[in-house]
Design a protein around this ligand. Structure first.
Ligand code: ZN
Length: 249
């Protein structure tokens, strides 16, 4: 079993790293490099300051997860210009360099901008994979070989482009145990939820969530109606219709 944490939250320094050192637990931190440089997560910022977004995102912020990546970036960059981030909640470059020197810690990529990968063009995907790898290797002095897909979203282009960029492994959030049949660029990973109960998280850790009945029900309702927010309902993201809403300032 391997433990991994996404997003390099600053609180990992006080809540996770001491435990990892005390119990000598190997752990991988998946880091989105632009979030490290900004000091905060774009998704928290847009949720917190949705009132400052242009329409249609002001009314329905979740549409930012479904538009093209270039639209998402321009809306997010504009919000950061107008409402600068407050206190840092992501580790700094120095923090990443420090934890990477611990024998228990492996640093890996979570892309540059925590992009919604199925909404990216192929050249944007290359940029997300190449630049995050390059910067993390520069910050840590170590080779970066693995990536975790932000929000667990990926499509059939990812494996080929990750191989071209020099990665040897990538992780989804498909919750089941690893088998010999799994493709190394689409490895399963059981995730725990920040707001999940002990029981829910135990089910996640054991790969028992969602239950087969719940999964079938969600898939059926997803086939009937387009998802309103980025919940892929058991479908691969390439099967989900990511419509681009009209952008009004
Ligand atoms: Zn993430």
């Amino acid at each position: 079993m391997g433990l991994s944490l996404d997003d390099a939250c600053k609180r990992n320094l006080t809540e996770v790293i001491p435990v990892v050192r005390e119990w000598d637990l190997p752990i991988t931190l998946f880091v989105a490099t632009a979030e490290v440089l900004r000091g905060t997560f774009w998704f928290s910022h847009v949720l917190r300051y949705a009132a400052y977004l242009p329409e249609p995102f002001r009314t329905d912020v979740r549409q930012l997860w479904r538009v093209s990546d270039s639209t998402r970036r321009s809306v997010v960059d504009d919000l950061f210009r107008r409402v600068p981030p407050g206190e840092r909640d992501v580790m700094s470059v120095e923090d990443i360099a420090h934890v990477s020197s611990l024998p228990q810690v492996t640093i890996a990529s979570h892309t540059v901008t925590h992009a919604i990968l199925p909404t990216c063009t192929e050249s944007e995907l290359r940029q997300e994979f190449n630049e995050s790898k390059r910067d993390l290797e520069q910050w840590t002095g170590r080779k970066v070989r693995a990536l975790a897909y932000p929000n667990g979203y990926f499509d059939e282009r990812a494996g080929r482009l990750l191989a071209e960029a020099g990665y040897s492994l990538a992780f989804t959030t498909e919750a089941h145990a690893i088998t010999l049949r799994d493709d190394r660029y689409y490895m399963p990973r059981c995730s725990l939820m920040d707001d999940g109960s002990l029981c829910e998280n135990l089910c996640h850790a054991l790969g028992l969530w969602p239950s087969p009945v719940l999964a079938a029900r969600r898939k059926r309702s997803c086939m009937r109606a387009k998802p309103r927010y980025p919940d892929n309902c058991g479908l691969t993201p390439s099967q989900v219709n990511f419509d681009e809403p009209e952008l009004k300032a």
